[in-house]
Design a protein around this ligand. Structure first.
Ligand SMILES: O=C1O[C@H](COP(=O)(O)O)[C@@H](O)[C@H](O)[C@H]1O
Length: 260
């Protein structure tokens, strides 16, 4: 487990741009060192803001897009192409404008796909896809993702792991179906905390005033069942990327106010 490190930016636009620059460097470094890179995308406003900033960054051309594996931390279990699906939003923000290898874009199944509306079967299929991608050097049934990004919800949810729901208690499976989510749609698919923790680096994105309470709770010693964001950490690094609004309620020892 790696202790959280915090980086606070002036506002959400700057946070998205700085996170995009950081991600470009990580991907380029991983591709130089290991030949390819793997990144887990998040949905939500902050995740899509980062992708849009990446699309606008001239340095995006430093990435070899054909040697990048993209996975998702969660998906809203809706029909293919639904505008609320995380993959649809990611395509619009970035993926449709870069030369990815389609076989390396690992979208989670849709509710009109081969598993129909059976979210458990869809989750099991994604777990199998992850397990096939894992090698002997990895830790169990998921690849060691270079970077796994998570938007933090105002209720401290990450991916589709909501406080107190069964999915956040899962200790064996790597992917689960989620039912009765408090944020629409109620049915989702999500990586579990054990799968998230297989990543080298976990980046939690929180920008905006509505994330301030969640950041405070998750970074003040809350349990992961009550505050799932508190249970998300990477093998070598756990990075919280915040803007000043989201950081405004943090304990002073974590984020001291700027000197006058
Ligand atoms: O529904 C979801 O919400 C979270 C957080 O979204 P935000 O808009 O509050 O930033 C997101 O991380 C997750 O991927 C998504 O499915």
């Amino acid at each position: 487990m790696s202790a959280p490190q915090l980086v606070v930016h002036r506002d959400k636009e700057l946070m998205a741009q700085a996170a995009a620059a950081r991600l470009i460097t990580k991907i380029v470094d991983a591709q130089s060192g290991r030949g390819s890179a793997s990144v887990v995308l998040t949905g939500g406003r902050n995740g899509n803001g980062l992708l849009a900033a990446l699309a606008a960054a001239p340095a995006r051309d430093a990435i070899d897009w054909s040697r990048l594996d993209l996975w998702w931390g969660d998906e809203r279990f809706l029909p293919e192409g639904d505008p609320e699906r995380n993959v649809t939003q990611a395509r619009a923000a970035l993926l449709d404008s870069v030369p990815l290898d389609p076989s390396r874009v690992h979208a989670m199944p849709a509710s009109d796909g081969p598993h129909g509306t059976d979210a458990e079967a869809a989750a099991a299929a994604y777990a199998e896809e992850l397990a096939r991608a894992a090698g002997p050097e990895d830790h169990g049934d998921v690849p060691t993702f270079d970077v796994l990004m998570l938007g933090v919800g105002p209720d401290t949810h990450v991916a589709s792991l909501f406080p107190e729901l069964p999915a956040v208690r899962e200790t064996e499976r790597t992917v689960v179906g989620v039912h009765g989510a408090p944020k629409p749609p109620p049915t989702r698919i999500s990586l579990t905390l054990p799968a998230i923790r297989a990543a080298r680096e976990v980046w939690l994105l929180a920008a905006g005033e509505d994330k301030a309470n969640a950041a405070r709770i998750a970074l003040s010693g809350a349990g992961e069942i009550q505050a799932p964001a508190a249970g998300a950490y990477g093998r070598s690094r756990t990075l919280w990327l915040l803007d000043s609004a989201a950081a405004s309620q943090l304990p002073r020892d974590l984020y001291p106010p700027a000197s006058p």
